[in-house]
Design a protein around this ligand. Structure first.
Ligand code: IVH
Length: 674
């Protein structure tokens, strides 16, 4: 329970920090979808574990953050709420059904609008004169940016027309056009001043200045999408007619809004907007669907955070623009040196990206990459980020070309080009501490012995402290040695020791893979060990035996044979085999499945990446336990196994209240049943 409490507290702290960066500094470091996901996760945990005291000042109860230091605060007349966000058509349909069931109406009109990616602003007009401009802040009080707003020409300082109310609160978005953003950034590059990473950062940077440093704020534009206080005596009870009234008073509104009453039309609007998104001169991140009738809106009401009559159906981003800060060189377990670009942080589909692997020096050549380049980053296959292109027109005259290193970044020995000149390698083998650490890390990872708790940082410290120099040293690790490392708790030490003991039973294929031989991962290890019933057999094989294996090429056969026949490697394997119980993959130790295990006959979905297992391994384990793994989440799903960075399946499972299983729950079941 203390673990859960601490976890919730840490999550609250994390969300408050992200909220502060987003709402107060206008400079988010995670995407909206990631933020929403964290809030959802927190809400779920707070509801599941009912520690009331923990909920008192939780970010789930407040919108936004306490405010920016330096600017004066001002209270909104009516609270400035946020919107509920969904990412899939089925989640949107959930919203629609709830509205329909609640209102018990046959025909409901929805006003569909663009969701502009800018900063929310509240404009207070008294008898038609602009008196205050306030950022959202915490939803109750915001920062007074009135003087800055005076420089934005699309915000009327004086309304025109008839029936101007005594008091009016106009809500809308302040943003920067993409074309202006490009022009300003170009100028900044040439003047060697700070560039902005996206239009939203640029807008908030300019709007929230305490003292105006440039007149660049003139580039901001405003679009109105709502109102706070709006007098009832004007007898306007449709959202769309209120917007038209605002337009008639001189306020800019979007020309893209439409009214629909069927789901098919709403989803078509979403598709259409998504397809024209890149052609718009301003950033949008979805559409907003609002019940059009104010009477219905009032019936539906609000939660403490958002209206029940509206939802934002957001786009999942795939590509974004960032900037190369520097290129570093990382060394792998086989000595390959990989160039990695450090970029200005960006969020794509909920994940913050700071580093992008450039794979090899050919990629750099093809991209003609320079430090400081503006680049397009894509999450290919939605997982691994990749630089797809360089926006060359932004390159400054002083940009430096990225060159391949001459020395190993760790041991400083000379490096050599690989056969096909694509890869660059350090040739010092495990004499290079960089290679050694990576190799030891690989040995302990899920590719190998799967020792829980031995991450790269701890292994690196163990090597630096001379506690570990080779694989066998892991089995001589003691409580004292581990406790001597900085920043390591008693519990972690005990967990590591117990995990090392558990790792001693290992299949031959996993053992072979753990050795980290060049070209031999788990797939090839499995193919190879099919032909050998024991370690002894494998060690005594000759090169022809390896050549003859289908699926193993000549190079791989050579690497394997040379490795296993190297004198010191032979000794190392011999030592290891004394500590380990290595058994053939083909002895079925677990033919009896406990039918009483809780996964038996259950439908199970998996979301996010697991630390201990590969996805295929989990699927096999679940199958062994008699469960069925499904690729989607539906109301028939019994459990969702949740790993790191879970995605849309997890979000959906929260709306269906699917039972959650964390990785350690799964481990417990496996321990009991297999
Ligand atoms: S309506 C009561 N309509 O999105 C909620 N918001 O993620 C009123 N936004 O804070 C918001 N375009 O700043 C609404 N067409 C639109 C919008 C829009 C962008 C922003 C707004 C809001 C944020 C919520």
């Amino acid at each position: 329970m203390t673990f859960i409490k601490n976890y919730i507290l840490r999550l609250q702290e994390k969300i408050r920090y992200y909220g502060y960066l987003y709402y107060s500094l206008g400079s988010p470091i995670i995407s909206d979808s990631r933020y929403d996901y964290l809030i959802k996760k927190l809400k779920y945990l707070e509801n599941k574990y009912k520690f009331t005291w923990l909920k008192k000042d939780s970010p789930t109860l407040t919108i936004g953050s306490p405010g920016l230091l330096g600017l004066k605060k001002y209270k909104h007349i009516t609270p400035m709420l946020s919107l509920n966000h969904v990412f899939t058509a089925s989640d949107y349909l959930n919203f629609y059904t709830k509205v329909k069931v609640f209102l018990k109406e046959q025909k409901i009109n929805f006003c569909c609008e663009l969701k502009i990616d800018g900063l929310a602003i509240n404009l207070i007009y008294r008898k038609g004169t602009l008196k205050k401009a306030i950022t959202r802040g915490d939803g109750i009080t915001g920062e007074d940016v009135t003087s800055n707003i005076y420089l934005i020409s699309s915000i009327p300082k004086q309304l025109c027309g008839f029936n101007l109310p005594r008091t009016l609160e106009v809500r809308g978005e302040i943003f920067m056009l993409k074309s202006d953003f490009a022009r300003l950034n170009n100028k900044a590059i040439n003047n060697h001043t700070k560039t902005f990473s996206n239009t939203r950062n640029a807008s908030s940077g300019l709007l929230l200045q305490k003292h105006l440093k440039t007149d660049a704020i003139k580039n901001l534009v405003f679009c109105c999408h709502g109102y706070g206080y709006f007098p009832d005596n004007l007898n306007m009870f449709d959202h769309s007619s209120r917007l038209i009234q605002l337009k008639n008073w001189g306020l800019p509104i979007s020309g893209y809004s439409s009214i629909f009453n069927s789901n098919a039309d709403i989803l078509n609007f979403y598709k259409k907007i998504k397809s024209i998104r890149d052609f718009l001169d301003f950033d949008i991140d979805g559409i907003v669907i609002k019940v059009n009738s104010i009477i219905f809106q009032n019936k539906l009401g609000y939660t403490h955070k958002a209206p029940r009559w509206s939802v934002a159906l957001k786009f999942f981003d795939k590509e974004k623009v960032s900037k190369i800060l520097k290129v570093i060189y990382q060394i792998g377990r086989t000595g390959v040196i990989t160039p990695v670009a450090q970029i200005e942080p960006i969020c794509i589909s909920g994940v913050t990206i700071r580093k992008v692997s450039l794979h090899n020096f050919n990629v750099i050549k093809q991209l003609d990459l320079h430090i400081g380049d503006v680049v397009t980053v894509k999450r290919s296959g939605d997982v691994i980020p990749k630089i797809v292109s360089v926006v060359k027109c932004y390159r400054s005259n002083h940009a430096q070309r990225v060159v391949s290193p001459k020395l190993c970044p760790v041991c400083k020995s000379k490096i050599k080009l690989d056969d096909n000149s694509v890869k660059v390698r350090c040739s010092s083998g495990v004499m290079c501490k960089g290679q050694l650490k990576k190799l030891l890390y690989y040995f302990c990872s899920k590719h190998g012995l799967n020792i829980y708790g031995l991450g790269y940082k701890i292994i690196s410290k163990l090597v630096d402290n001379n506690y570990i120099n080779n694989f066998s040293d892991f089995f001589n690790l003691t409580y004292d040695k581990l406790s001597n490392l900085d920043d390591i708790g008693k519990k972690t030490v005990l967990n590591i020791i117990s995990s090392i003991n558990q790792s001693k039973n290992i299949t031959l294929s996993k053992f072979l893979c753990a050795l980290g031989i060049r070209d031999i991962g788990l797939g090839k290890s499995k193919i190879i060990t099919k032909h050998f019933t024991s370690l002894n057999n494998l060690m005594n094989a000759n090169i022809q035996d390896f050549y003859l294996i289908k699926g193993i090429g000549l190079n791989t056969a050579h690497y394997l044979f040379n490795f296993l026949n190297n004198k010191s490697n032979k000794e190392m394997v011999f030592h290891l085999s004394k500590n380990l119980n290595i058994y053939s993959d083909h002895i079925n130790r677990n033919s009896i499945v406990h039918k009483s295990n809780i996964l038996f006959n259950k439908r199970i979905a998996i979301s996010g990446s697991l630390q201990t297992f590969f996805r295929v391994e989990v699927i096999n384990i679940i199958k062994k336990l008699g469960g069925h793994v499904t690729s989607n989440v539906s109301k028939n799903t019994d459990y969702i196994i949740v790993g790191k960075n879970p995605g849309s399946k997890f979000i959906k499972s929260r709306t269906l209240n699917t039972k959650v299983m964390l990785e350690h729950d799964l481990l417990k079941i496996i321990k009991i049943c297999l």
